[in-house]
Every structure is written in structure tokens, then in C-alpha cells.
Design a protein around this ligand. Sequence first.
Ligand code: ZN
Length: 99
Amino acid sequence: MRVFYRSLRRSVIVYQQTRVAFCCAEMERQWGRLFSFGARDIVACTSRDVNLFVDRPQANGRTILELVPIQHCPFCGEAIETVREYRGQTRIVSRANRS
Ligand SMILES: [Zn+2]
């Protein structure tokens, strides 16, 4: 599976998903619900991982969203690659060699 993203220069650098090549139908079905690139329901954020969403109850009755990075699809086991796109070209950035 590959998730493509680009960086946006704001007051801090944030990352925005551009397109996704899904590994399996179940991952596609749960994308945006159980996990996605970055955080749930926002267009761009400082995370450039594919994250599992965990709602953490707080003492005040609200919940906060915890992001847990995942490296493999939990359904089919395929590795998840994040691919940074530059204007007109792409460069594969694995977790091992990115800074
Ligand atoms: Zn899969």
C-alpha cells in the first residue's frame, strides 16, 4: 500500500495526503474511520504517518484523539509506504531513512 502526500508551508510545515493506492478492500473501507494519513477529519497536520485513531476518554467527559502510527495493514499485512510528492515527481521516504 502506498499513501502519497505533499508538504505545505504554513506557520509550521504540515503534510497533506494527495492520493492513496490501497492494498485491500478492507483497508479502503476503514480509511478515514479507524485510520488515515495524519489525523481524523482534518486536511493537513504535522504528522506524516498513517495513524490508528484511539479515542481517549478524559476526566471532564470529553475524549481526545490519540494517533498511533502503523507500518503494516492490520487486515492483509502489507507494508504501508508513505511517498512524498514534489512538483511533478515522487520520492519514496521510508521510516528508516527519513530525517
Ligand atoms: Zn491491506
